[in-house]
Design a protein around this ligand. Sequence first.
Ligand SMILES: [Zn+2]
Length: 258
Amino acid sequence: MTTIKVEGREITVSENLDRVVDDWYQLSLEKCGRPGIPFTIKNRREFRLLPHLSRVSTAFPYSDGQVVVLVVALDNTDAIDEATVAHEILHWILILEGFPQFKDHKQPHNDCQIMLGSVLSHVPLNQRLAKYRFEYLTEVDGLADEVVAAITQREDWNLARPELIAKSLLCVDILQNCTLKKRQVLEEAVSINTPLAQYVHGCLDVLSHYDLMDSESTRRAGRKLISFLGLNKFGNYIEYDTVPKLRDMLKALRDHQE
Ligand SMILES: [Zn+2]
């Protein structure tokens, strides 16, 4: 059993999370060099991250010049949800393994960019969560219920294009990861909304030609989705690789300490 420090409190984590944390650390050593990248938990509000979104957690590497850490920034640090922590660390495990990252340079971290990242990563991510014995279907199915309610209650679908695309990608993300039963309910709700249905079915059709468990196939799927959705009509999407940047951060630490 490992203990971690969160806002001054010592928290004991389960063996399952301990394995995720350990696998992350070993991979960071292997891909980025010494001294590796430990992880820490912070409250998202401390960093004023994505203030326009609720119930969102995220993770990012951070260097203060003394140490490089993977900050898992949680929406709620009063009660730590281990599956959420594992989810955020697994995003970075996939990145170090070579899964693609796409960023809209015009407006970084907008909803379309975030949802595109989710669609491209949550299938392999959830498979690994299950491998580490974390349950994720209750959360995804719960989200499906919320989206179905939102779709059926909304009458006006005259949304701005980016908003419609972000909502479509959210549906695609859920459809790819929920239980079969919820999938049927959500598909039915989507199908009665023509503008939404066109995008959702189009994305699912594009994705059916790729293998999201494979990083290179996922890279091609991402490029294809960006062109299918016309994301560069209002954004400027580029592919980027954080790993060289992380190697540089760690090298700078070593140089500093020598
Ligand atoms: Zn995620």
